[in-house]
Design a binder for this molecule. Structure first.
Ligand code: 3PG
Length: 204
């Protein structure tokens, strides 16, 4: 199965911020324990690259991607370490070019028609919609989808177990991303990942 099919089958993408390398193994183990084998490790902290390298080399059952990738250098590093997908808060044609050359899906952030047109021009058919709740949530995505029927959405930002089902119920949702299930102790992470997965499975 290719990575897009994997993400589409789980429909939930955990967004992970590692503040130190010590957190990497316990959090990833907890997530896998909860049944969710996808991690978007974000370049919001200095240890992101090393965290991606460890995740890819030590967690063979995990589908590792890189998030908050804001330039070509980060994209190249993440792909070099084996990241299977790249996510950005906005849309970067430079990052898109790195991903295209590497054959790795790029889920770039778009909140306007112009940005979506740029994404389509770059060969993308899934866009991240961020920050989803601030930019109008489902009604905004539905209005955009009327003009861009070829696009599916990865909304993130402000989504939690409270509104996950509502987002997943719309058929243009590729998957939902968020950090809510990756916060707390390993035991809490395991429970929240399992809950997110159960919600996703209950909405078909
Ligand atoms: C992201 O990078 O996708 C978002 O920060 C996730 O948003 P959340 O923290 O509100 O879930």
């Amino acid at each position: 199965m290719n990575i897009k099919d994997v993400i589409r089958s789980y429909r939930v993408v955990p967004v992970v911020v590692f503040n130190s390398i010590d957190e990497v193994r316990p959090k990833l183990q907890a997530m896998l324990g909860g049944g969710l084998p996808i991690a978007e490790i974000t370049y919001r902290t200095a240890c992101a690259g090393e965290a991606i390298r460890i995740a890819v080399s030590e967690f063979k059952d995990l589908y590792v991607g890189a998030g908050t990738v804001i330039n070509a250098e980060q994209a190249e590093q993440a792909v070099g370490y084996g990241a299977k997908f790249i996510v950005s808060p906005g849309f970067s044609t430079a990052v898109a070019a790195v991903c295209r050359a590497a054959g790795v899906p790029y889920l770039g952030g778009c909140a306007t028609p112009t940005e979506i047109m740029t994404a389509i021009d770059s060969g993308c058919d899934v866009i991240k919609f961020f920050p989803a709740t601030v930019y109008g949530g489902l009604p905004a995505m539905k209005a955009l989808a009327a003009a861009f029927p070829q696009i599916t959405f990865l909304p993130t930002g402000g989504i939690s177990d409270k509104n996950l089902a509502e987002y997943l119920a719309w058929d243009k949702i590729f998957a939902v991303g968020g950090s809510w299930m990756m916060k707390g102790t390993p035991e809490e992470i395991k429970t929240k990942c399992a809950q997110a997965l159960a919600i996703a499975k209950s909405v078909k």
